[in-house]
Ligand binder design. Structure first.
Ligand code: NAD
Length: 252
């Protein structure tokens, strides 16, 4: 059902071609936002953008490698050219690798840290001029429970990237608050997406799920609902927060 919580807001969803990014793009569009589905996988982004458009929403696909500053800037320029500004940036693009510490090569370390940490920095920096000019903005970062504890599926580089992005989120929140820009993070537990399915055997997944009090994985749509809340005016006094969503996996 269509809502009106984000009518005519302009939103960028990195990683919008799959999993939680795709669910977030759909959810933002349902609330009336104009959505740029930004992804390194151009055809996946185009598929989601076309799906939103055929449901009556406003969407464009923007190919981007978030870890490259020039590409992040071009992504923002494309959105501004289409809709005039950016109100919402959701940083959802991410990569998971499961190697043990001794097997992590430099290239793999750089990929994971590059997308999950540097990529968030590049996109946040690229939207700043537009958000500062309008003295408002919402940045929502998909971190992970891995950043608060350790990853149950990923390797040390994944855990480090997610811990790092939580620090980045806190710093951005403090530095950008005077400009009216909110910066928050979401820490999902295990969410049923292609990322999890691609890197985990069904047996391992079963063992992990058995340890979750709700006895199931989360759904991408459940995370997308939280992104919409943090992107909307309903979260007007929240910044610098990291909100866990994990079915009880980490109750402390
Ligand atoms: N699925 C989980 O259980 C889980 C848990 C905690 C956190 N997360 C995080 O949530 C986010 C979304 O994960 P998901 O499970 O939906 O994954 P997914 O693999 O389904 O989607 C990730 C998307 O990011 C895109 N992407 C990868 N590298 C990119 C780059 N350099 N530039 C632009 N796009 C790029 C991929 O093409 C893909 O479309 C990630 O940051 C992930 O680390 C996932």
């Amino acid at each position: 059902m269509a809502g009106e919580r984000l009518t005519d807001k302009v939103a960028i969803v990195t990683g919008g071609g799959s999993g939680m990014g795709a669910a977030t793009a759909r959810a933002l569009a349902r609330e009336g936002a104009h959505v740029a589905v930004a992804d390194i996988n151009r055809s996946a982004a185009e598929t989601i953008a076309a799906e939103i458009a055929s449901a009556g929403g406003q969407a464009i696909a923007v190919p981007v490698d978030v870890a490259r500053p020039a590409e992040a800037r071009r992504m923002v320029e494309a959105v501004i050219q289409r809709w005039g500004t950016v109100h919402i940036l959701t940083c959802i693009a991410g990569v998971l690798r499961t190697s043990a510490v001794q097997d992590i090569g430099e290239e793999e370390w750089d990929l994971v840290l590059g997308v999950n940490l540097k990529g968030v920095f590049c996109c946040a920096q690229a939207v700043l001029p537009a958000m500062r000019a309008q003295r408002s903005g919402k940045i929502v970062i998909l971190a992970s429970l891995a950043g608060r504890a350790t990853s149950t599926l990923g390797g040390a580089h994944y855990t480090a990237s997610k811990a790092g992005v939580l620090g980045l989120m806190r710093h951005l929140a403090r530095e950008l608050a005077p400009d009216g820009i909110h910066v928050n993070a979401i820490n999902p537990g295990i969410i049923d997406t292609p990322m999890v399915r691609a890197h985990t055997s069904p047996e391992h997944l079963q063992r992990v799920v058995a340890g979750i009090p709700f006895q199931r994985m989360g759904r991408p749509e459940e995370v997308a609902d939280l992104v919409v809340f943090l992107a909307s005016d309903e979260s007007s006094y929240i910044t610098g927060a990291a909100i866990d969503i994990h079915g009880g996996e980490l109750i402390i």
